[in-house]
Design a protein around this ligand. Structure first.
Ligand code: THU
Length: 140
C-alpha cells in the first residue's frame, strides 16, 4: 500500500525531523575507523517501512560502503522497491549523497526526497532527480 509519497513527506515537517533523527541515531553504529566521518541514513519506503544504514569502511578503502547504500540494500533485500524519502546525518554536519549512492537510489525512485542538514533545525529537502539530473536508466 502506498502510504507515503515524496509530496506527502514534503508537507510533513515532523516526519522530516523524525527521519533525520533516525539517521542521526543510526550514525552511532557507523564503522569509520579510517575517515572518522560517521554517517547514518534512514530510508522511508512508500509502504511505511523504515530502513536505516551506516557507512562501513574497509582497510581496502575502495570496498567502503556508504550509509545510503547500506540502507538501500537492506530495504531491497526485504522486498521494498519504492521510496518516498531518505534522511542522511553525520556527526560532522550535513552529508549529501555521493554520486554512486545517487545513482543507486535513482534506480528505484528518482522523485524521492533527500533530507540532510547541520542539525534538526536546519534541514534541506531536495528531490533526488535535482541532485542527479538525467540519471542513467536501462530501458526495460
Ligand atoms: N559517506 C557516506 O556514508 N555517505 C555520504 O553521503 C558521504 C560519504 C562515507 C563514506 C566514507 O566511509 C566516509 O563517509 C568518508 O567519505
Amino acid at each position: 500500500m502506498k502510504e507515503y509519497t515524496p509530496r506527502k513527506v514534503k508537507k510533513n515537517q515532523s516526519l522530516i525531523r523524525t527521519l533525520y533523527r533516525r539517521a542521526r541515531e543510526a550514525s552511532e553504529n557507523a564503522y569509520a575507523p579510517y575517515s572518522h566521518f560517521c554517517v547514518g541514513a534512514a530510508l522511508l519506503a512508500c509502504d511505511g517501512g523504515l530502513f536505516t544504514g551506516v557507512n562501513v569502511e574497509s582497510a581496502s578503502y575502495g570496498a567502503t560502503v556508504c550509509a545510503e547504500r547500506t540502507a538501500l540494500v537492506k530495504a531491497v533485500s526485504q522486498g521494498a522497491r519504492e521510496f518516498a524519502a531518505i534522511a542522511i546525518a553525520s556527526r560532522q554536519g550535513e552529508a549529501w549523497p555521493c554520486g554512486i549512492c545517487r545513482q543507486m537510489l535513482y534506480e528505484f525512485s528518482p522523485d524521492m526526497l533527500v533530507i540532510t542538514g547541520e542539525d534538526e533545525e536546519h534541514l534541506e529537502v531536495v528531490t533526488l532527480s535535482k541532485l542527479l539530473p538525467r540519471g542513467f536508466r536501462l530501458q526495460q
